[in-house]
Design a protein around this ligand. Structure first.
Ligand SMILES: [Zn+2]
Length: 285
């Protein structure tokens, strides 16, 4: 047995049994059409004990759909039992109608995107092998995406913490209501006091990037508290002022081109600094 694995207790078994009884087998639910229209033909559950693949016939799924405004989110709660080591593994994913999905890795939500072979009007693949200058090439891990903010195109990094803050009035919440990861204002203030100095340190290390904390129902899903970084990209212009291409040709490069605190290969499509920012935010969470 791997060092971090543990055998199922009686309670675990009961909980798993009641989950399986009320839920369809995963192989009966896949292929499934997701809210964004993508046809998911395979859902891979990897055993957290021995890392082998759990067959879809040995896993059960609970699906729920949430609709708000023009958006919808579908959640998949999947439990599988490993055929080799008999350990149970849970995964939880939410699929958004905008084509992104989140999955819990440890205590962090990670964002991903499907690659179903979409192409732009030039015939370039949309989600891999970007041509030089395509800002999507700078996306790193699943936490990064291309965004447009304050008239600039850049790379957003968003890391969700295991905390939600909507500033509820707790006297109005009925006892017994499950508020899950919701934290109180005092806990939120303490969290901000703990994180602020660390974000300020990062801001000093990465002067081209804006760091901020977001929360609240109108901003993040369920008011989840998130750590964010936005790095505006340069349009074809090196930090020394030299243009690599006419401005009419969008050719986005990192403002940390050949500088910045992270060592590693620097070229037109990879930037160790943008990766470093993401890694450091994940470490903070
Ligand atoms: Zn296993």
């Amino acid at each position: 047995m791997p060092p971090n694995a543990r055998l199922m207790t009686e309670h675990d078994k009961q909980e798993l049994n009641s989950f399986c009884e009320g839920s369809p087998v995963l192989s009966e639910e896949v292929p499934a059409r997701l809210p964004c229209g993508f046809l998911m033909t395979e859902y891979r559950v990897v055993c957290s004990g021995c890392r082998s693949d759990i067959p879809m016939a040995n896993a059960w799924v609970r699906r729920a759909r949430h609709e708000f405004a023009q958006h919808s989110i579908e959640t998949w709660d999947v439990r599988g039992v490993c055929t080799s080591c008999r350990m149970a593994t849970s995964t939880y994913v939410r699929f958004r109608s905008n084509g992104t999905f989140d999955t819990i890795v440890g205590h962090t939500w990670r964002r991903g995107r499907y690659d179903s072979g979409e192409q732009d009007d030039q015939g370039n693949p949309l989600y891999n092998e970007f041509t030089p200058g395509d800002p999507r090439a700078f996306q790193y891990e699943e936490a990064c995406f291309v965004g447009f903010w304050k008239y600039q195109i850049g790379i957003f990094t968003e890391i969700e913490l295991a905390a939600e803050f909507n500033d509820f009035d707790y006297t109005e919440i009925e006892s017994g209501v499950d508020v899950e990861d919701e934290i109180t204002r005092a806990q939120f203030d303490a969290l901000i006091a703990k994180l602020s100095p660390k974000l300020l340190e990062l801001a000093a290390q990465y002067p081209k990037t804006q760091f901020f904390i977001a929360h609240g129902d109108a901003v993040t899903y369920r008011g989840r508290v998130t750590l964010n970084a936005f790095t505006p990209l340069l349009n074809g212009r090196l930090p020394n002022g030299l243009y690599l291409a006419p401005q009419s040709l969008a050719l986005m490069i990192s403002p940390y081109f050949r500088k910045g605190p992270d060592a590693g290969e620097v070229n037109m499509t990879t930037c160790p600094a943008l990766q470093g920012i993401t890694d450091k935010l994940i470490a903070l969470a």
